[in-house]
Write a protein that binds this ligand. Structure first.
Ligand SMILES: C[S@@+](CC[C@H](N)C(=O)[O-])C[C@H]1O[C@@H](n2cnc3c(N)ncnc32)[C@H](O)[C@@H]1O
Length: 274
């Protein structure tokens, strides 16, 4: 007897495999008593994949941290779309994130999810198509795919857990190319500091996947991307709104972390306008 709908097997390595940790983090959060993001589609996706997620050993604090980061980027994207009905969203290194489904943008929005071909192939097996929605199977650093984006609309560029995997040269060139292609917009992402890149051996998910982090930056590095770019918000990952709802032990660890400047600044979230 053959199964009508076999579970897609997952063969992802290195930086591609890390998307499973963030997916799992959102799935675990959705099953919490008081979810932060409530991404039930992530939980359903985890259930449908042939992959041993338990071996990641993500704790409740880890999943809450992933959910808070995603929620912050959702909030910035939703705020942009609330004032730009006719707009483009470009989601770089989308992995199996369900942001387009969570935000459910209106008919004037064209949304592009970009990731490596293996990742987009898996995405297409798991998620339904939508009007106005396009997946692009490409490295974000390849200049060719950008021609698929409209060049005449305000554009929200979102990158979550991506930029640290790019080299500074590739990341800078990619963001500059994108900003040059569109008239105006916002850029929202998380970034690691140079210190975080130097201490990457303590990043469990990255080490387990055998991935390498490259690009560490700060607000001066981000401003240097373009004279058109202005940082509107710049938040330490341990000071994101909602941290107060974390499990007590994790909250204490976060509070202590936030007191040590080098450690507090290891991961920051930026919302910029251009
Ligand atoms: C930590 S995961 C984050 C995935 C997703 N943003 C999320 O939050 O679940 C990193 C993602 O970046 C993607 N990625 C890394 N380098 C990339 C590149 N050069 N081009 C396209 N995607 C890339 C990986 O395939 C993976 O999906």
């Amino acid at each position: 007897m053959t199964t009508a709908n076999p579970k897609p097997k997952v063969h992802l390595t290195k930086e591609k495999e890390t998307l499973l940790a963030t997916l799992y983090g959102r799935a675990v959060d959705s099953r919490a008593k008081h979810p932060i993001l409530g991404d039930t589609m992530a939980a359903e996706t985890v259930r449908r994949l042939d992959y041993d997620f338990k071996r990641m050993r993500l704790g409740p604090g880890d999943s809450a941290g992933v959910a808070l980061r995603a929620k912050q980027l959702d909030d910035w994207t939703a705020r942009f779309l609330a004032t730009h009905e006719e707009a483009t969203v470009v989601h770089l290194g989308c992995g199996l994130d369900t942001r387009v489904h969570r935000l459910d943008p209106g008919p004037g929005v064209r949304w592009f999810d970009v990731d490596y071909p293996e990742v987009i192939d898996l995405r297409r097996q798991l998620y339904p198509e939508r009007d106005g929605y396009t997946t692009i199977p490409s490295s974000v650093t390849d200049p060719a795919w950008i021609a698929q984006l409209p060049s005449d609309r305000p554009t929200m560029i979102v990158a979550e857990g991506l930029l640290m995997y790019l080299t500074e040269e590739d990341g800078t060139a990619t963001l500059r190319r994108l900003m040059a292609h569109v008239p105006s917009g916002e850029l929202a992402f998380d970034a690691f500091s140079k210190f975080a890149i130097r201490s990457q051996r303590i990043q469990r998910v990255v080490v387990k996947a055998g991935a390498t982090l490259h690009w560490g930056t700060d607000s001066a590095g981000i401003r240097a991307l373009s004279p058109r770019l202005h940082i509107v918000e710049n938040i330490s990952a341990v000071e994101i709104a909602g941290m107060d709802n974390l499990p007590p032990a994790y909250r204490l660890a976060v509070r202590l972390t936030a007191r040590v400047p080098g450690v507090r600044d290891m991961a920051r979230m930026y919302n910029c306008r251009f």
